[in-house]
Design a protein around this ligand. Sequence first.
Ligand code: PEP
Ligand code: MG
Length: 910
Amino acid sequence: MTQYVYYFGDGVADGDASMKALLGGKGANLAEMVRIGLPVPAGFTLTTEVCTYYYANNRTFPQELKQQVLEALRRVERVMGAEFGSSNNPLLFSCRSGARESMPGMMDTVLNIGLNDTTVEALAKQTGNERSAWDSYRRFVQMYGDVVLELKPKDKTEGDPFEVALEHKREKEGVKEDSQLSVKALKELVTEFKQLIKTRAGKDFPTDPMEQVWGAIGAVFGSWMNDRAIVYRRTYGIPHEWGTAANVQAMVFGNLGDDCATGVGLTRDCALGTPGFCGDYLINAQGEDVVAGIRTPKRIEETLSKDMPAAFAQLNDIGKKLEKHYKEVQDIEFTIQRNKVYMLQTRNAKRTGFAAVRIAVDLVNEGLISETEALQKRRIPADDLSQLLQPIFDPAGKKAATSEGRFLAKGINAGPGAASGVICLFADEAEAFHEKNPNVDIVLVRKETSPEDLRGMKAAKGILTATGGASSHAALVSRQMGKACIVGCSAIDVDYTTKTVKVAGKTLKDGDFISMDGFSGEVFEGQVQTKASEVIQVLVNKTMKPEESETYRRYAQLMGWVDKYRKLRVRTNADTPGQADEAVAFGAEGIGLCRTEHMFFDHLDEIRHMIVAETKETREEALAKLLPFQRADFAGLFRSMNGRPVTIRLLDPPLHEFLSDRHLEEQPDLAQKLAKWTGLSLDAVKRRVGELHEANPMLGHRGCRLGIVYPEITAMQARAIFEAAVQVKKEGINVVPEVMVPLAGFVTEFKNQEKIIRATAESVFSQTGVTLEYLVGTMIEVPRAAIRADQIAKDAEFFSFGTNDLTQTTLAISRDDYGPFIGFYRENDIIPNDPFQTIDQEGVGDVMRIGVERGRSSRKDLKIGICGEHGGDPASVMFCHDIGLNYVSCSPRRVPIARLAAAQQALASK
Ligand code: PEP
Ligand code: MG
């Protein structure tokens, strides 16, 4: 018989931490905590297989589940010495979701299951606290109504109906906090809530505890498929098939009085990574109050040692024990009942890129983990390194904003980073605005953070809320996404109906600019000047010394380990000496792609002259004018790269990008000028330009097809490359040019171009009396080139996968205008990723694999790289490692990310 239910409690557990796939992260870690002797209330986990069954069988449960749940429930009753549904000694349960990978706040939870009009009285007697019993009851009816019976606000401007009723009650009683409500008020609320359920959901609130627990279990499994959970999984690549587990656990109470509390903690800070236990707690409150972001809690590190010294000491001990056991920063949930701590959850903490680097490096320096462990992908997702390179607010800019009276307020700094953007108050509007104006930054401003806002958070650059603590679910999620985040900024008053934010005596409107410093928690009106991150100040701008920046020093230590373990080389795509210098500062080991058209765009007159020319002589005349510019550009690149290999690609884009009817219309004197330069009639010029028009320019006269039809272009570019190389070599700098032919599919195309390149090299060498080593290779950007790589590699000395074009040509999806349907494809899980960002491994990836195998079958040591955009995407870099490429090439700022991803894969595949 399949075991669907796993028990834990009283020092024994059926499961352990290794069983996350079956028990979910929460279930597996509850079992593990029981095993290592931490105080955990007894309970049981319904496995992810139950969830899979539930969805495969029309939302029903396996037959044997009922009996297994009943047996586990009786076992918990025995251990806890109380009885579920008893009218004199009642036991209550919570029911929480828990997937294999944590999805903070995306799924549902129900607390205080088992309460009804009878058991509430028994609970009051048993705890000697009538108020807390009724407080628990009103919470239960509220949660059950919200989660199980799905009673939600009617529209986005209406508040949560239960919270509205609560607010009225607080006003009526003249109190500020829920914890100050009288027993009478709580009793009235229970009746009102039940009535709300009856009128809005058309059902009676169930009084049978067994019915309640099954209702909660169904809701938890049902929440696996709610919209925010689906969006979250899509964002983080979590398969929909995994399913969630459900954990049913005996309740302990944080709301029995002032010696009780509920809280969430981190074994060290996860915004900046600073050491020391920290977190949020609320005295005399229950579970969800802290994480739901509705109230602003107190800080553990600031006040808990005074409020509850014994519990504070116990928490610190537990934190140390957990870090030692898991060798990782933990994010915990706990309840303090009568000064004693109970653990409800532990998991590896989500953190920002800043914190990820600091924590990993600190854990190595503290001797808790090794260098190779520090580099694990789950500790530092390679993409998150980019946060260390983002601009920060310039202190001078903040000072100026303050003296101009633009300082607005200060909240809790929950996610570092600088964000200036337009105010958006609703998640759906932020998403829609972002789609229309992708270049305008948004700051999502809300009363409270709620995981429902996930889509809007993704679209925003920063998130600012009036309530909530640093551990609220939304703060966790925004940190993981690398957004600047400020919560608990109580000075702001958000009004959803008038779409305004009142703060510091001012009224800001939806669409106004606001700036937020996620490092300090400060909020400013309008925009604030930014400056480069510390890493960039040290490495690129050289305006800071390494010893002045702790952030830089940890970055450097980490990158030292990265370079020790990676096998892939990392180059950069750079067209100018400035870009090349920056890339070298980030660790680039060469140029993998110099797109020479960049240089052509700076000399449009000459290139247009060349295009319009009808005879070889006039074309050569124009090319002769371009030659010195190209030569100077290449010499600059060779100098910057100082002996490192430089791959220069011959001209690629379709000629009409330089000259088309549109250009003639926009510049009325252009046709005249061209006629004068070439000696052609005006009509001949216009006809020539008309001939350039193509229906599918991406599949048209571009790439090596240009150099084949106009060999003078290739000859001029080759001459510029070799003359520059000779010149720089004469200056005493080693030069290794690699000349690359674009878009070849037939070996004959490659050979045609190779012949011109080599002949030009020989001519330059004999004219100058200087020779040097060079390579001639090709891009692999059309499937035919990969399929016939065996033929091409006989002549080509290196390959570089141009995966932008290879994706376009393999999938027959235009890279220029796939936007309208790719979003729909992603939303509907037709494809898992945008194939122009992450290599489609099964399709394009297999074409690459064929290219590598067949290429090396002809030339064993063929050097192979990639220079499409994918060269800076961590998942694609890892794939390139797996198929045995020699290097990846990416834009300068992606270089550190590619280095880290390469090391991570080298270690993972050891
Ligand atoms: C490619 O196609 O991947 C490539 C690098 O070339 P481009 O983007 O210039 O077409
Ligand atoms: Mg290309």
